[in-house]
Design a protein around this ligand. Structure first.
Ligand SMILES: CC(C)(COP(=O)(O)OP(=O)(O)OC[C@H]1O[C@@H](n2cnc3c(N)ncnc32)[C@H](O)[C@@H]1OP(=O)(O)O)[C@@H](O)C(=O)NCCC(=O)NCCS
Length: 188
């Protein structure tokens, strides 16, 4: 059955996740090139069982402080990643962004930018968040380049708080405000 589309871009749509996606999540998250940016390499290997538990807690139970979408390629309806907002706070009107394109062959095609447009439009203009932030490890060059080009602003870093590949690394904090997003991208 086709999934209902929550947000549609040119090549990408955000759709509700499905339990069967946990098989894909497990494959993606066990890939060291994918998980290095998520700091999940410390928890490898991840099993389908663990991912199903994660799905139960974070999607089936529909917690009010987070919303997670599957990322679907419009041309073939394939699920290539997921993206979500967490720590959705009712008083502070803020949220934290997380994004993963798990299918590596889909990197470098501009999908990251399109996904950011869709999820931030959802976060700012549907959930009425005023501020959305993200955390990114200093060695994640591809992600940092995307975020900066997109218009996220670097706000600071935690020094040497993440261990990867034999070294401790800084974690950057970047953010964007609702008015900055709407000025730059407008609603379509
Ligand atoms: C981060 C991610 C979402 C980026 O999406 P994407 O569609 O692959 O983005 P792109 O490949 O178009 O890259 C964005 C920019 O980085 C550049 N780039 C590609 N490889 C790069 C590299 N190794 N080093 C530096 N920049 C690089 C691209 O050229 C592009 O810039 P351009 O638009 O000027 O050409 C995706 O790579 C991903 O899901 N990675 C694994 C999980 C992850 O790290 N998530 C982020 C956690 S903070």
């Amino acid at each position: 059955m086709p999934r209902p589309i929550t947000r549609k871009g040119k090549k990408i749509a955000l759709v509700p996740p499905a339990k069967e996606d946990t098989i894909l999540y497990t494959q993606w998250l066990n890939d060291s090139e994918v998980n290095r940016g998520l700091n999940l390499h410390t928890e490898m290997p991840l099993t389908v069982d663990q991912e199903e538990k994660w799905y139960e807690e974070n999607i089936t139970k529909n917690p009010s402080d987070k919303t997670i979408f599957a990322v679907m390629l419009l041309k073939n309806k394939k699920i290539i990643g997921n993206v979500g907002l967490e720590s959705i706070h009712p008083i502070h009107q803020s949220a934290e962004l997380g994004i993963v394109i798990g299918e590596k062959k889909q990197w470098g095609k501009g999908y990251g930018e399109e996904i950011l447009r869709l999820i931030l439009d959802y976060g700012f203009n549907t959930l009425n968040r005023k501020s959305i932030f993200l955390r990114c490890f200093e060695y994640n060059d591809r992600a940092l380049k995307l975020y900066k080009k997109f218009g996220f602003k670097m706000q600071g870093k935690l020094r040497k708080n993440s261990y990867y590949d034999g070294k401790l690394h800084d974690t950057y904090y970047l953010d964007m405000l609702k008015n900055e997003f709407n000025k730059r991208y407008k609603r379509t």
